[in-house]
Design a protein around this ligand. Sequence first.
Ligand code: GLV
Ligand code: MN
Ligand code: MN
Length: 420
Amino acid sequence: MSVRDPLTIADPEQLTADLVHLSTIVDSTVPGWTRQALTEADVVGRHWVRARMAEAGLDAHIDGAGNVIGVLHGTAPGNSAIMTGSHTDTVEGGGRYDGNVGVAAALEVVRTLHTNNVRLRHDLIVVDFFSEEPNRFGISCIGSRALTGFITPEDLDRVDSDGVRFADELTRIDIDPSALLSSRMDSSRIKAFVELHIEQGPYLEEQGSDIGLVTSITGIKRFRVAFRGRPDHAGTTPMNRRHDAGCAAAGSVLAIEQIASANVDGRGTTGLVTFTPDAVNIVTESAELWGEFRSPDLRWLDDAGTEFHSAVQREGASRSVEAQLDWLPSEQPAGMDDRFIEVTAREADRLGLKQSRLYSGAEHDAAIIAKKIPTAMIFVPSKDGRSHCPDEFTADKDIHSGANVLLNTIITLDRELDFD
Ligand code: GLV
Ligand code: MN
Ligand code: MN
């Protein structure tokens, strides 16, 4: 039997059904579809993915860093591999597609290869990366950082706002912190990483495109600022005698917006602000603010960081409030592999899909993996550009198109890439 070329996924309904099933493994006490890393729902979800990988014929396990890894062994002697996958953890109150699409599509790619008796020369490694979304310790992409050696003992010593250590939280869900630190993979054997993901922005829909070819992934600078002022009576303390930590935080929130708004590709977001004490009749003694800047331009990111540092000092000093700015693990912009972009473009063309090139404003495991392994990302459209919210939606036909591009990209890379 000759294999169709380009091949299409064998069972699109099964891919959709896997996504629907994942959307049932959620924390039902929180609105939207919530499966945050370090929670029970995420543990259950990753075990379900492992079982699904095994059913699809992969040699599957959960590694020391919590990554679910399945291997389809290649035919050629040697060790070379191609890797694909994404993540199944979500933000709080998130959607059903962010990350999940890349994992469910990778499973369907494997099933399609089996159904059509296509044997790859390379091993195909499918990964559901642990904890891609930023957690309350201020670190994202834990699994991909561990696999590439970009996580440190200091990262595991970070504490959340309640003083809980990240390492202790990992232990609570049976991830041994020292095993996580030693879960590094041999990246020299992996010749390519390809991640399928929803766009999470409006560009593809605006362009009327079926597929996005990602040229680079945004850089990110995350931070936490602690302000310490003085608690005083809200009625009797004149405005010019206050050391109001809340006002210093509020001024810094506006500075984030102003700095980012001054550049077309700049993004600046405050994710969390807390005031202590939280009472209407006490001047705020201390405040904590978590936020981030993003841009594909490293120089702008660095300048934004410098400008924000000055703004925080100014907002604190003008109120005699101490301000401590702490930079969290950050990411430089990551370029995708030019050769692989051309391969994905060619495969999208052969499938008759309209395509656009764009940079990703969202963070991805691909940005971490790209530091060690040539990487490509394929995007599919997001309705109204909405994501990280319950309204996140990508049509089945677009997901199936993305899976078809992923499938044929993997088959072509398997044929064209060097082997050793
Ligand atoms: C992940 O989705 C991010 O962009 O923060
Ligand atoms: Mn996300
Ligand atoms: Mn994602």
